[in-house]
Design a protein around this ligand. Sequence first.
Ligand SMILES: NC(=O)c1ccc[n+]([C@@H]2O[C@H](COP(=O)([O-])OP(=O)(O)OC[C@H]3O[C@@H](n4cnc5c(N)ncnc54)[C@H](OP(=O)(O)O)[C@@H]3O)[C@@H](O)[C@H]2O)c1
Length: 286
Amino acid sequence: MSSQGKNFVIFGATGKQGSAAVQWLTKSGTDNIIYAITRDPSSAKAQSLATLPHVQVIQGDSSDPEKAFAQVNGTVDGVFFAPVGFDAKDQIKEGKQMIDLAGKSGVGYLVFSSTDFSGHREDVTGIEAIEAKKVIEDYLISSFVKYTILRPVGFLENLFFPGYADAIPHFWPRQLIKSGIASSDIGRAVSEVLLNPAYFEGKIIGLSGYEGSPQDWMHVWEKVTGEDLRKREKKMNSEMSEEKMKMLKFIMFNENDARVERTRAFFPWVMDLQTFLEDAKARKPM
Ligand SMILES: NC(=O)c1ccc[n+]([C@@H]2O[C@H](COP(=O)([O-])OP(=O)(O)OC[C@H]3O[C@@H](n4cnc5c(N)ncnc54)[C@H](OP(=O)(O)O)[C@@H]3O)[C@@H](O)[C@H]2O)c1
């Protein structure tokens, strides 16, 4: 089933999740228009989105959804947003504002990308970015807006950030199963939800494409790249802010709630680690 002639507004469109959502939506139906919101339409990423069929790049950001919606020609049928920045108060303010405006202006559907809570949805983690998402989720659930909440685990792309892959053999607890999801798969899920809102309405879906022990992760990494992660330097980024370090430790020492099997019940195509790494290698040799 696919929708036709709809207007979709994607916030954070040049980002990891947003750009993937835009790209998957362009493959949907010829009459759909995808409004890609960016603070800077002249950036290389925005310009690249503008070359895609049925995409209109619009200047704006999630702090002013009204301005973004005003530029849509007709009704807003579907919206995607995920909190950005590290200020929890701003995230909550923007999230609530988005939901209020969606309700007031008759936006058809909201897809909110939250996060996996690693067993701590019902208690307080002390990590602002995580607590902010709980507040936004609760606000959305108690609103009259039609919604789907996606809860992605850590992005597999994090492996390419300095220090992240090095941490696997040295810092990840051996007994914990850690999960990952490709941000392109999050975008694909967003696209499927926006195109089939009746099916996904009111669902809260954890997104995980791969799960394994640190040994499993190292084994797959070596299989695809030929590199033994244990030989990498043992380091943590000492320049990280206290809040980021707190978040990193939370992620590292808590097992995720999302399970690949449950994710695949909705999205059977999610990539596992090997597929993700092979895909990344084919595009850019590692
Ligand atoms: N990374 C992970 O492993 C992970 C896992 C689960 C959940 N999450 C959550 O995912 C969310 C981030 O999603 P993402 O990685 O897709 O976003 P992103 O790529 O970091 O950013 C999305 C876009 O938002 C705009 N932006 C960035 N900072 C901004 C700011 N301070 N104010 C306004 N606009 C800003 C930028 O676009 P323009 O410059 O073009 O405007 C950027 O391309 C966070 O809430 C994070 O907690 C992350």
